[in-house]
Design a protein. Structure first.
Length: 413
């Protein structure tokens, strides 16, 4: 393996897989697995996929922390041995399953971010071993399923979009099944919230309006390395990671296949699907950011083209909605604006630099500011129906109809 700065300085130091990868390796699916009794279902779903032209490897990191309970560690050991036994008669040179048992990880970092990093760094090592810096690293979850064209769609998408650095993959949660009916009503509201938020960003004209779901994203190996790899966050690792990739430009959506995340309750991370479902079960309702928040952002962005030439910042701020103007004042916007102008040679580069400042993290910070000081959250059905009517003149009856409308639009976008 040739010298590689990322692997030397930033990758997880331990190499777990010592076998040589096939020369045709083109896709590595990475899966963090923590206290998961149904991993085999996810593995079988991937095994059932149509085979792409390239070789594919699945890397599963079964992990726990030094602070994990004995029951978690016991389940992990069972899962590990069951998975190895299952894969013995499934592995082929074209589709191979690797299992890493990363136990007793340091308490400070143990969690989904580190588990994803271990798996994705291992994928980089596999690709670098055969000189394929453009190999596809996709992220999946240990309780997730997929359509049978998942692998072939990944291969085709990156072949047909050679300039794309990464992509968000279309997903749909199950809306019925063996869980209690309330579980599915909760997941309807939660997925509706995800689609409302992303479509709200599209409505106001932001250039980084993409879903950032950890089980449905993919990136090229060289881009993953360039952006410093996966973070070690205990939750929200997908949001922070993907927005570093999106900022490079050339990000895309893969809508020709579907990832199917689990709708179950969970308390493994402080936010996300499982946590949202659990909270819905307690409150029988899910709230979302008020529509006026997006209206105010749209007002700000519509007027942002004058910022390049503006001289009187106070007059400009007075023309904005109060939520925006006070947020900008508290963010020392005048200083930031002067910095952006200094680093911009013309109005075009100014807009680019402006959105590097008013990025996804800053937008979310404003949305939370507006929620806390101006516009309290509202029921998700109310918010989603406002956006559907505003964007597409669609009127829906409740959360399910709204979700199905958003799904249809997102799938065809």
């Amino acid at each position: 393996m040739s010298k590689n700065i990322y692997l030397d300085r930033y990758a997880y130091p331990t190499t777990f897989i010592n076998s040589l990868p096939p020369d045709s390796l083109g896709i590595v699916v990475t899966i963090p697995c923590f206290n998961e009794p149904n991993l085999i279902d996810s593995l079988q779903s991937l095994y059932n996929c149509n085979r792409p032209n390239c070789a594919t490897e699945i890397i599963v990191v079964i992990n726990d922390g030094e602070h994990s309970t004995s029951s978690v560690k016991s389940q992990n050991r069972i899962t590990y041995h069951e998975a190895i036994q299952w894969a013995e008669c499934k592995n082929t040179p074209k589709l191979y399953f690797h299992f890493i048992y990363a136990e007793n990880l340091p308490k400070k970092h143990a969690g989904v971010g580190l588990a994803r990093k271990i798996a994705m760094d291992e994928a980089v090592k596999r690709f670098e071993a055969i000189g394929n810096s453009k190999g596809i690293i996709s992220c999946f979850d240990a309780d997730t399923l997929c359509e049978t064209n998942y692998l072939t769609s990944l291969e085709k998408h990156f072949e047909q979009n050679p300039k794309t650095f990464g992509c968000s993959i279309y997903f749909e949660h199950p809306l019925g099944g063996e869980l209690p009916p309330s579980n599915y009503q909760a997941i309807i509201d939660y997925e509706l919230f995800l689609r409302y938020y992303t479509n709200g960003l599209k409505y106001v004209g932001l250039p980084y309006a993409y879903q950032t779901v950890g089980s449905s994203m993919a990136v090229r190996s060289d881009v993953y390395q360039k952006q410093g790899g996966m973070n070690k966050r205990h939750a929200g690792e997908d949001f922070y990671f993907l927005h570093k990739i999106i900022a490079l430009g050339g990000f895309s959506e893969l809508n020709s296949t579907t990832v199917i995340p689990s709708p179950r309750q969970s308390d493994r991370v402080p936010f996300g699907t499982g946590k949202a479902v659990s909270e819905w079960m307690n409150n029988n309702e899910l709230y979302a950011y008020a529509p006026q928040t997006f209206t105010d952002i749209k007002n700000f962005l519509t007027s942002s083209d004058v910022l390049w030439e503006i001289t009187k910042i106070d007059t400009y701020l007075d023309s904005l909605p109060k939520s925006i103007s006070t947020f900008l004042l508290e963010s020392d916007f005048e200083t930031e604006l002067n910095r952006i102008k200094t680093n911009s040679s013309n109005s075009i580069s100014f807009i680019t630099n402006f959105y590097q400042w008013f990025n996804a993290f800053k937008v979310l910070k404003f949305i939370h500011y507006a929620r806390d000081h101006y516009y309290p959250n509202v029921p998700i059905a109310e918010a989603a129906n406002w956006l559907l009517k505003k964007q597409h003149s669609i009127v829906c009856d409740g959360s399910l109809d709204a979700l199905l409308a958003f799904r249809e639009m997102d799938k065809s976008s």
